[in-house]
Design a protein around this ligand. Structure first.
Ligand code: SF4
Length: 729
């Protein structure tokens, strides 16, 4: 009999409420949850269609081992035994650092997956942890570690009370917003205008968000930091600095002011493309609003100088008085005070540790994925010889996939913990099947601390696995046992899980007293002192928590040693000297084409191309979006196949001509290029090109502080292809 269950989507931070109809353990319908306390009947097509991902015939349902070029089913016990033996040998012969982990974006949307996967690596004793963060967000953690004393402090726009929103490099109509859990984001941003406020979209492309809302301001890729420095310059010149707040709660204002004064709008307009008068208008709107929010997302994060740009952005919000202010940027404590707890556990200070290749500081404990090929290919102590890939696909999502492939093929062991055999999984030795979000009990953890309207929701698993798929906490505790290590590096914890293993095999008893993911999450809920696990079970559509207050961060929540916001951390000041050279390079290259990425309604990074409906007809490929002037210059017409050439690689894609693009900027959606994915029966027939092949890897190509890959703003040449699409793509 059909039954309707309440849950929430775990694809992006919006965490939209869903109603799922289940019949005989099959998901037959997914609809937005109209009664959800925040999402109120909103969910996008990706969440609504996730049942097809869940039930895909391509899902890995049993542990698999590659034997030659064949994949064979093996038992969990055999998989653990073989992997365990190999890990023991590598650890003994080459040391713990020879074993590394890459964690993909989906893992972050589970309450337990990241905790236990990193706990496994900690037990191994290796610091070689890599994540997708260096593709899209680690610059944010690097900045707030230095300015506020914790990577976990990330101010969020108080959109529902804001009088002005300036949004840099974000397209919420297609992908909601990052680092803000804001479902129905367009509706809520539109309300800013309806209240008489202003909205500006700063972007090299007039996105779907800007079509009928706010004002588009085109900006040349890679120049965000110059725009923001001129913004700060103008704010200072027009008396927009709240000097009393600066004196009381911040330090090093003079150093930040000195840098901003070097970049007047008349100078930066030559490279940003934003006329000085337009910049002044934007600053005026921001300065005169009762509460104003300057926010950025992946467009800025994936471009050059992303750490410096995010630093200046935070400086503007702080010195203007908009930080910790209603309608401006608020700091949400979330369920528990994670920044303070992290600080007590020693997280929050810049680390002294450095990567073997390139000398990068870890951000959120992870090194840049752009050095992973070098870490594998460069001989010496600490060379990586084995890789655990947890819900990730570095071949498609990291820069220079061709070099990544060359490196991965040299590894002695690759273990992929995943729902599918993706391109990276094809190179693995073992694939261990993890759960889909419909099979997992959870809290919306990634949304915690990022919610303009704080709430909490509990979900049970809505269906049981239909094969031998297991929760990632179980996979990693079992791997730890098999490898002869202690999860988290803590012996009593591993002993507990070894005992749990025995208990769970006892009929009737195991189910009652064995470890469950809910146990750790219930502890967190109780620690919040705002709500109990019982409340959450009784209210399946979520429970509203206390609203985010203003005036709780400055002087009270800043976790630097002296409790003041550092407006000019010395490393950033030093790095800002290189902007003179970058400015000259931008000026010299302003007639060259630059490539940016683009989000699409039916895709989410590399994961959604295995749904038939999402890739049918026109949607079977990605397109190169070009301004009419640029297309004319390259003698390309709509539908022609273009060859896109960077210093790293060449790919091909059909052209779409649109004046939504800024001249001299082309866009190619990322996450495509599944030609070799024979484990993804639908995606492998798509013809899209992998945009990230065009990006460079290696330490000299990465942003200095957070090791961010340069995925937006790649210098390219575009010409008509002489090959037919099948060969060119
Ligand atoms: S907006 Fe994000 S969380 Fe909501 S349904 Fe879409 S993918 Fe899922």
């Amino acid at each position: 009999m059909a039954e309707t269950k309440t849950t929430f989507c775990r694809i992006c931070e919006a965490a939209c409420g869903l109603e799922v109809t289940v019949e005989n353990n099959r998901i037959v319908k997914v609809e937005p949850d109209r009664d959800h306390v925040v999402t109120q009947g909103y969910a996008c097509i990706k969440g609504i269609k996730f049942g097809e991902v869940h039930h895909s015939p391509d899902r890995i349902r049993h542990p698999m081992k590659r034997v030659g070029d064949q994949w064979v089913r093996i038992t969990w016990d055999r998989a653990f035994a073989e992997i365990g033996e190999k890990v023991k040998t590598l650890r003994k012969t080459h040391g713990p650092s020879s074993i590394a982990m890459y964690m993909g974006n989906p893992a972050a949307f589970s309450g337990t997956h990241p905790v236990f996967s990193q706990g496994f690596l900690a037990g191994i004793g290796s610091k070689n942890f890599f994540s997708a963060g260096s593709q899209d967000c680690n610059n944010k953690f690097a900045v707030t570690t230095r300015m506020y004393g914790s990577p976990a402090i990330q101010p969020i726009p108080d959109v529902d009370a804001s009088g002005c929103m300036i949004i840099v490099g974000s397209n919420p109509a297609i992908s909601q917003m990052s680092f803000v859990s804001m479902p129905r984001s367009i509706e809520r941003i539109r309300a800013v205008e309806q209240r008489g406020g202003k909205v500006y979209w700063i972007n090299p492309r007039k996105t779907e968000s800007a079509r009928n809302l706010g004002e588009q301001v085109f900006i040349r890729p890679d120049t965000d930091v110059f725009f923001l420095l001129s913004f700060l310059n103008e704010l200072i010149a027009t008396g927009g600095v709240d000097q009393a707040k600066v004196r009381k709660y911040m330090k090093n204002y003079e150093a930040a002011e000195r840098i901003a004064k070097q970049w007047p709008a008349e100078q930066t307009e030559k490279i940003t493309g934003i006329p000085a008068e337009k910049l002044r208008e934007v600053v005026r709107a921001y300065r005169t609003a009762k509460g104003a929010a300057l926010y950025c997302s992946t467009g800025l994060n994936m471009a050059a100088n992303s750490t410096l740009a995010y630093w200046v952005l935070n400086t503007i919000n702080a010195v203007s008085g908009n930080l910790d202010k209603r309608g401006g940027m608020l700091v949400s404590k979330g369920l528990v005070d994670l920044p303070r707890l992290g600080k007590m556990a020693g997280v929050g200070k810049p680390s002294r540790r450095r990567s073997r290749i390139g000398g990068f500081e870890p951000v959120m404990d992870s090194y840049p994925a752009g050095i992973l090929p070098d870490e594998i290919l460069t001989p010496g102590k600490g060379q990586i010889r084995a890789l655990f890939v947890s819900a990730g696909n570095p071949l498609l999502s990291c820069p220079n996939g061709a070099r990544m492939e060359e490196a991965l093929k040299k590894l002695e062991l690759i273990v992929s913990v995943d729902m599918f055999r993706n391109e990276t999984g094809n190179l693995a030795h073992y694939i261990l099947p993890g759960l889909s979000f419909f099979e997992r009990p959870d809290l919306p953890m990634p949304a915690n601390g990022f919610q303009p309207i704080p709430y909490l929701q509990w979900t049970d698993a809505v269906v049981e696995p239909d094969g031998e798929q297991r929760d990632e906490w179980w996979i990693y505790t079992e791997l730890a046992r098999a490898c002869g290590i202690d999860i988290f590096g803590v012996k009593p914890v591993q002993r507990y899980f070894n005992l749990n293993r025995l208990v769970s095999k006892i009929p009737f008893v195991g189910d009652r007293i064995g470890f469950k993911a809910e146990m750790s999450m219930n502890a967190l809920v109780l620690a919040s002192r705002q709500v109990t696990p019982g409340d959450l079970k009784r209210k399946p559509h979520g429970v509203l928590l206390k609203p985010n207050p203003e005036n709780v961060f400055l002087g009270k929540g800043v976790l630097t040693d002296d409790g003041k916001i550092d407006l000019a951390p010395p490393e950033f000041v030093e790095e800002s000297r290189k902007l003179v050279r970058d400015y000259a390079d931008e000026l010299a290259g302003r007639d060259k084409l630059k490539l940016i990425s683009k989000r699409e309604r039916f895709t989410h990074n590399s994961w959604m191309h295995n749904i038939g409906e999402f890739v049918k007809g026109e949607r079977k490929t990605n397109y190169l979006y070009m301004h009419p002037e640029d297309a004319r210059r390259a003698e390309l017409e709509d539908g022609d196949i273009a060859e896109i050439r960077s210093a790293t690689a060449t790919v091909s894609a059909p052209v779409k001509i649109t004046d939504e693009m800024m001249p001299r900027v082309v866009a190619l959606p990322h996450g495509w290029g599944h030609g070799k994915a024979d484990g993804l029966s639908i995606a492998k027939d798509t013809t899209g090109a992998n945009a990230n092949l065009l990006a460079a890897d290696g330490p000299d190509s990465l942003e200095r502080f957070a090791g961010m890959a340069h995925l937006n703003g790649i210098a390219v040449d575009v010409r008509r292809s002489r090959q037919p699409m099948a060969e060119a793509g």
